[in-house]
Write a protein that binds this ligand. Structure first.
Ligand SMILES: Cc1cc2nc3c(=O)[nH]c(=O)nc-3n(C[C@H](O)[C@H](O)[C@H](O)COP(=O)(O)OP(=O)(O)OC[C@H]3O[C@@H](n4cnc5c(N)ncnc54)[C@H](O)[C@@H]3O)c2cc1C
Length: 304
C-alpha cells in the first residue's frame, strides 16, 4: 500500500513492460508507483522458453522476481485497476477503481493486450494444454506433432510458415486469406493444408487437445490449435486523453523513445503492437522508464 498521492512517474501495468520500466525509472531517483495486477499479466500463466536469460521458467516466477527488483530499487505498488485518466496544466490525474485519485508528472502506459479468442466451449479450459494464442511462444513445444492454425491474416500465415520449421503437418483454417502477394505465394508453395472458407466449430480433447472439427464436418487429428486472430490493446483509457494510435488503430503509436504524442506520456510492451514477446516488452519498458525519469528530472530542474 502507499499513502502519498503524488508520484513523479505512475506506471499503468504490472507485466514485464511495466516492471522493467519501474526498475529503470526508480534507479534514476524519481518516485515511481506501479498500478496493476501481476496475476492479470499475459505472462502470468505462460511458460517462458525464449527469453534470453531464462531457462524455461514460469511466467509467474519471472514476474515475482521482476517485482522484487523494482521494489528494491524504490518503486511502490498498488494492486488495482485504473478507471480513468485525465490531465490539467500541471499534472496527470489517475482515477482508481477504489475511487482514489493520484497525480503524476509522467505516465507510462503498459496495459498489454487482450487476445481475440474463438469463443468455443472448452477453449478456455484447454488454453495452455494445446490451445495457444502465440505461435512464436508455443510453436516449438509441438515439434513433429500435427497442428492447426486459425486465422487468415499475416500473423496466422507467417506463423504457419514459421511452424514448418517444427512440424510436418500443418492445417490452416480461415474464413478468408487476407495477405500480400509474397506471403500468399510462399503459402501456395508450402505443404500447409489450407481450408479457406471454413471455421472451427469444436475443439476436441479432455485434458489436452486431440483434434478439431470444421463446419463442413471435416475432423482433423491435431495436438495443438493456434488461434491467431489478432489482439486488441487496452487503449480506451489512452484514447480518452487524446493519445494517438498507430495505423492499425489498435495500438498506441510511439517513437524510438517510447514517447506518445502527449508530452510526459510513454507507452511500452504489447500495447504498442506485435510481436507480443517478453523480450520486446522489457526492452521498451527499459527505454520508457529511462525517458520518463529524464523528462521528470528536466522538468523539476527547470521549474525549481
Ligand atoms: C499463453 C501465453 C504464453 C506466452 N508465452 C510467451 C513466451 O514463451 N515468450 C514470450 O516472450 N512471450 C510469451 N507470451 C507473451 C508475453 O506474455 C507478453 O508479450 C508480455 O506479457 C507483455 O507484457 P506487457 O507488460 O506489455 O503486458 P502484460 O504482461 O499483459 O501486462 C499488462 C498489465 O497491465 C495491467 N492492466 C491492464 N489494464 C489496466 C488498467 N486499466 N489499470 C491498471 N493496470 C492495468 C494488467 O493487470 C497487467 O498487470 C505469452 C503470452 C501468453 C498469453
Amino acid at each position: 500500500m502507499t499513502a502519498q498521492d503524488f508520484y513523479d512517474v505512475i506506471i499503468l501495468g504490472a507485466g514485464p513492460a511495466g516492471l522493467q520500466a519501474a526498475l529503470h525509472a526508480a534507479r534514476r531517483k524519481v518516485s515511481v508507483l506501479v498500478i496493476g495486477k501481476t496475476a492479470k499479466s499475459s505472462a502470468f500463466r505462460a511458460h517462458i522458453e525464449n527469453f534470453c536469460c531464462l531457462e524455461g521458467q514460469s511466467g509467474a516466477e519471472m514476474l515475482e522476481m521482476a517485482r522484487e527488483k523494482a521494489e528494491t530499487s524504490g518503486a511502490e505498488f498498488l494492486e488495482e485497476d485504473v478507471m480513468m485518466l485525465d490531465s490539467d496544466n500541471e499534472k496527470y490525474i489517475v482515477e482508481m477503481e477504489s475511487g482514489r485519485e493520484l497525480n503524476s508528472y509522467a505516465l507510462i502506459l503498459a496495459m498489454g493486450v487482450s487476445r481475440n479468442s474463438l469463443g468455443l466451449p472448452g477453449e478456455k479450459g484447454l488454453a495452455g494444454k494445446g490451445v495457444s494464442y502465440c505461435i512464436d511462444c508455443d510453436g516449438p513445444l509441438f515439434r513433429d506433432e500435427p497442428v492447426a492454425i486459425v486465422g487468415g491474416g499475416s500473423a496466422a500465415v507467417s506463423g504457419a510458415l514459421t511452424m514448418m520449421f517444427y512440424s510436418g503437418e500443418i492445417h490452416l483454417i480461415c474464413k478468408q486469406l487476407e495477405v500480400g502477394e509474397s506471403l500468399a505465394r510462399n503459402l501456395k508453395d508450402s505443404d500447409i493444408a489450407v481450408y479457406e472458407g471454413r471455421k472451427v466449430v469444436q475443439i476436441k480433447g479432455e485434458d489436452s487437445v486431440t483434434g478439431v472439427k470444421l463446419d463442413d464436418g471435416t475432423e482433423l487429428a491435431v495436438n495443438a490449435l493456434f488461434v491467431e486472430l489478432g489482439a486488441k490493446g487496452a487503449v480506451e483509457l489512452a484514447e480518452n486523453l487524446g493519445i494517438s494510435l498507430d495505423e492499425t488503430m489498435q495500438y498506441i503509436a510511439v517513437n524510438k523513445k517510447q514517447e506518445t504524442n502527449l508530452q510526459g506520456i510513454y507507452a511500452a510492451g504489447d500495447i504498442c503492437g506485435p510481436p507480443w514477446q517478453v523480450a520486446k516488452s522489457v526492452g521498451e519498458g527499459c527505454v520508457a522508464g529511462l525517458e520518463a525519469a529524464a523528462y521528470v528530472s528536466h522538468r523539476k530542474s527547470t521549474t525549481a
